[in-house]
Design a protein around this ligand. Structure first.
Ligand code: PMT
Length: 401
């Protein structure tokens, strides 16, 4: 299933575009959120109104809205997507993609997309058989683009042969199969901390941080999909856990998070510490709202919170795998390596606030895995869903070593 996946559907100007309403509907039915970008000519074949109605999202065609000048950012479309599907992909658009021509929003989105790209070619049989098209498709394949082969049959020209866009069901299946749920964590229990902690000052105020929980929740969903029983200890966040294998334990403060983590750690095969835990809390919590003083500064005394990761690192059982995160602003690798050793992690996932669109709150992240064996594995900027997939692939390899 495509539950929660972000699919960017690119529609180019070919007669097969009329099938895109059915295709988008199938993707939505499988649980995906679909946004559509069209080339200007594609509007002649299927209307933006139809696509907007099916996907419940506005359609983008131009670089900016001519009515109010609002900018349609190809970069943010590419960042949003977990997968970019271009269907139908005409010979013209395929040629442009193969040669880096970016003269419309669909193509600029292709060049800036960090996610996997699928295309479903559609054209007349002679265009499809032309050596130029073959060459262009080979180039795209070499660039990592997935091709949903066209089918043979009656074509709009009245001729019969290969070039007809694959049926919507076939394309949706290919996308679904790409995200297919491997069950390589079946029988494993994974404990995850996610989100911020709030440290109360008085009944209305707290010390906290910007963590949204998106990274930790994406890891929880990935582990659950792969068959693990997941215990997700969540600080105060608004993200939702969807998968039925996830048991969510809501906490607010670092002390509450620590108690839950210590209670659950013993049964865990894998422990993931992605929470942004407050290192300090107010020494006392006022039982009424603190009033503003007429003059002078206010001082709040802070006391250290327990280091949950270090505590679990000390309790670590044979065969248990523990990893955490480091969000750094300077001397990133040096600091992360130190944390990895001090907390007895098997590896640490470094994200840096110096990388654009990475870290707190974004839907995307850019991480580097620093392993206790000395290896360093950097990854590209991508959606947190795909970052979670990379991290869990890495974890599985490490478990099977
Ligand atoms: O939630 P998002 O908006 O998606 O953002 C994700 C994230 C940026 C919060 C996440 O990717 C991340 O980096 N989390 C760790 C944040 C951090 O700064 O950690 P740290 O350097 O303070 O701590 C290092 C490790 O020790 C972390 O695994 C942390 O969970 C753990 N720790 C820290 C302090 C403490 N008292 N207890 C802990 O367990």
């Amino acid at each position: 299933m495509l539950n929660g996946k972000h699919i960017l559907l690119g529609i180019t100007g070919g007669i097969a575009a009329y099938k895109c309403a059915a295709l988008a509907r199938l993707l939505v039915k499988k649980g995906a959120e679909v946004k559509v970008v069209m080339t200007p000519i594609a509007r002649q074949f299927v209307t933006p109104l139809t696509m907007a109605t099916v996907t419940k999202n506005p359609i983008v065609v131009d670089f900016f809205d001519p009515e109010n000048g609002a900018w349609n950012s190809h970069v943010s479309l590419g960042m949003w997507a977990d997968l970019y599907l271009i269907a139908p992909a005409t010979a013209n658009s395929i040629g442009k993609m193969a040669h880096g021509v970016a003269d419309n929003l669909l193509l600029t989105s292709y060049l800036s997309a960090k996610c996997p790209v699928f295309i479903a070619p559609a054209m007349d049989l002679d265009m499809y058989a032309h050596p130029t098209t073959t060459r262009n498709l080979e180039t795209l394949k070499a660039d990592g683009v997935h091709i949903v082969e066209p089918e043979s049959g009656f074509l709009a020209s009245g001729l019969e042969g290969k070039g007809r866009m694959a049926e919507p069901e076939t394309i949706a299946e290919a996308v679904d199969a790409f995200f297919e749920e491997k069950q390589d964590l079946a029988g494993k229990t994974v404990v995850i901390t996610a989100g911020p902690t709030y440290e109360k000052l008085d009944p209305v105020r707290f010390i906290g941080n910007y963590s949204s929980g998106k990274m930790g929740f994406a890891i929880a969903e990935e582990c659950a999909k792969r068959g693990a029983k997941v215990k997700l200890i969540a600080g105060p966040v608004s993200v939702k856990a969807v998968h039925e294998n996830i048991e969510r334990i809501d906490v607010e403060s670092a002390l509450e998070m620590r108690d839950a983590a210590v209670r659950l750690a013993n049964d865990a095969d894998i422990i993931v510490l992605s929470a942004a835990v407050a290192d300090y809390r107010p020494a006392t919590m006022a039982d009424h709202k603190i009033k503003r003083e007429k003059t002078g500064a206010m001082t709040i005394e802070l006391v250290p919170n327990p280091d949950i990761a270090a505590e679990l690192g000390k309790m670590k059982k044979d065969g248990q795998l523990i990893f955490g995160f480091a969000l750094e602003t300077n001397d990133e690798q040096f600091n992360a390596t130190g944390k990895c050793e001090r907390k007895n992690f098997d590896f640490i996932v470094l994200n840096s606030l110096n990388d654009k669109n990475a870290g707190f709150r974004y839907d995307t992240n850019k991480v580097t895995i620093i392993d206790r064996d000395g290896s360093i594995t950097p990854y590209d900027l991508k959606s947190k869903v795909l970052v979670a997939k990379d991290i869990i692939d890495y974890t599985i390899k490490k478990l099977n070593k």
